[in-house]
Design a protein. Structure first.
Length: 95
């Protein structure tokens, strides 16, 4: 008999998904832990974030002090002269 282990993170069941809607040079969002500074989106809390839309010459910065962050990229397009996604202290998974 095999044991079908559940690989899901129990924190996911508790924290709702937060949404980030990229809109050319800025963004709209729902949920806490997100700040928009011009064309830079800062994620400052652990959790699951769904990102969609287009960001021109922008960046997503993950600064969570070792908290788990999952980014679900859903039809997104980010252009940037630097890295479009930067992680500074977080545990990031992208799917």
């Amino acid at each position: 008999m095999t044991d079908d282990a559940d690989d899901s993170d129990p924190e996911d069941a508790v924290k709702p998904t937060k949404y980030i809607y990229l809109q050319d040079t800025t963004a709209q969002y729902s949920g806490d832990g997100i700040a928009v500074q011009g064309s830079q989106i800062v994620i400052g809390k652990g959790g699951t974030y769904e990102i969609s839309g287009t960001l021109t010459d922008g960046q997503i910065l993950v600064v969570t002090d070792k908290k788990k962050v999952k980014l679900h990229l859903n039809g997104h397009n980010i252009t940037s002269d630097a890295s479009p996604i930067v992680v500074d202290g977080g545990d990031l998974t992208i799917d």
